[in-house]
Design a protein around this ligand. Sequence first.
Ligand code: 13P
Length: 338
Amino acid sequence: MEYANQLESTINDMVQKGRGVLAADESAPTIAKRFKAIDVESTEENRRAWRSLLVTTKGLGEYISGIILFEETLSQKTDDGQTIPEAAWAQNIVPGIKVDKGKVPLALSPGDLITQGLDGLADRLRIYKQQGARFAKWREVYSIDKHAPTQHGIKANAEMLARYAAACQAEGLAPIVEPEVLMDGSHDINRHAEVTEAVQHAVFHALHRHHVVLELMILKPNMVLPGKDCRRAEPDEVAAATLKVLKRTVPAAAPSINFLSGGQGPEEATANLNAINQQGADAPWNLTISYGRALQQTALQAWRGKKENLAAAQQALLKRARLNHLAMLGEYQPEMES
Ligand code: 13P
């Protein structure tokens, strides 16, 4: 593979015990939703200010090894005039880019979704690489219902993830492969486990068919949880169910599993990660984060779009990053929150 050395050094920079990834790659509609909750308008300047605040948080690099950016952010600048990718590097954080173009219904397959963006992907990857991105992310989404996702939907989504990952490796960007089984709904934890297992199985089968080198990618899965409208599960139960599914489906060659937070509260996501690391101390992979909401939520609340709140927002972000760092080591305790 032409870019094996580049990919290897990106993975080495990103996969380190006690560090994880910050997902700051919200699409235009998603960031508008997050800003609306704090009464901030989603203008280009506000998005720049927010993402500049995140990436320039002093000390963030101690706990965060990679940041996923949105296309627009790659060329935006911090208040000090550095590009956002340069500011990330200055903190020892590898900049990456979300490259999928969002989900649509899978035609003729009610309940299944599929992500778009493969057309012209190689050309876009070359441009993103010139702009400083060293890794990419693509998310497939699976919504649980009585008859969904279907076997056909699971296969079609796996094929997309594998084609994306192969294209990334061919261009020298390390792929983050994200199959997200949503936690929306009233299903129990067993149903979430069953679907997650089928999804992961299909994903790794497809990655194999498409010659993706597992050592040179990162998996970003959901944790196994009960649906939002079902009873809550304790961290130990979540950890046991999650590790059981991953041990059955993810080859030991994959270096790192970076969980998404998927709508869990910040403290819940940290406590669950901690239990996963305690129970998974013997697991072959690094077990860490690629959180969006669970890292940003408290910082957004502190910021509210106001310059004078910058320091408080950065402090809130750093606190969540540090507590998740402790959870990566299995050393987090809920009392540390106060
Ligand atoms: P959440 O952690 O908010 O689920 O976001 C992660 C992500 O990147 C979703 O694609």
